[in-house]
Ligand binder design. Structure first.
Ligand code: AKG
Length: 209
């Protein structure tokens, strides 16, 4: 796959470095028991990770039914199941760090890694909650590490209300927790800005999708 990526001039570390989580993550309480944690620049030296993720790691294009026709899903997908080796060791380390930090609160480990490649600003994902599996009925966490061009992650309460916007840049961490998948929805809107690719890596516990 050849997707142009401009290496960041400010991301100076040669090798990926996970900066500490404790005391640096900001928690934003939402309504109805939902919350979002945010740590910009969690992974430093992310260029090397992005380079691997933009390579041939088995990205799949999907189609979905829209009314009476089938359309392309506007992003590419790759799913790493429990026990599957992740494409860069920094991602394995990231999952371990997340498990150390969030394990006591979550009560179980993050095991799967869903990956989405947004090739440019035309790729997107519509409003939804991750409600396949246990997250339909139980509180859980979904931890997202973002690589590449900054994109907006929007959140809004189910049933309506004011939306929130988080800018997800290169190496940033966002964790959606509590009832967030049931009581709030999130999306990555399209943008007309001429931007490069972004890869989202989402860590989830077993049985949550
Ligand atoms: O791109 C992101 O960070 C969000 C992805 C997402 O919401 C999903 O795949 O369910």
């Amino acid at each position: 796959m050849s997707l142009a990526h401009q290496p960041s001039m400010w991301d100076v570390a040669d090798e990926p470095v996970l900066t500490p989580l404790r005391g640096r993550v900001t928690r934003h309480p939402l309504t109805r028991g939902a919350w979002v944690d945010h740590l910009p620049g969690w992974v430093e030296g992310s260029d090397a990770v992005l380079e691997v993720l933009l390579g041939d790691i088995g990205w799949r294009a999907e189609r979905r039914q829209m009314y009476d026709r089938e359309v392309d899903v506007p992003r590419l997908l790759r799913w790493y199941g429990d026990g599957e080796t992740l494409p860069h060791p920094a991602l394995t380390d990231a999952r371990s760090e997340l498990n150390m930090h969030y394990g006591p609160e979550l009560g179980e480990p993050f095991v799967t890694a869903g990956m989405c490649l947004y090739r440019d600003g035309r790729d997107s994902v519509a409003w939804h909650g991750d409600r396949i599996g246990r997250s339909r009925t139980e509180d859980t966490m979904v931890a997202i590490v973002s690589f590449g061009s900054p994109r907006a992650l929007m959140l809004r309460p189910v049933g309506g209300g004011e939306s929130l916007r988080f800018s997800l840049g290169h190496g940033d961490l966002v964790v959606m927790g509590g009832s967030c998948q049931r009581t709030w929805e999130h999306c990555i809107p399209k943008t007309a800005k001429p931007i490069g690719p972004r890869v989202s890596v989402q860590f989830r516990p077993r049985g949550v999708a």
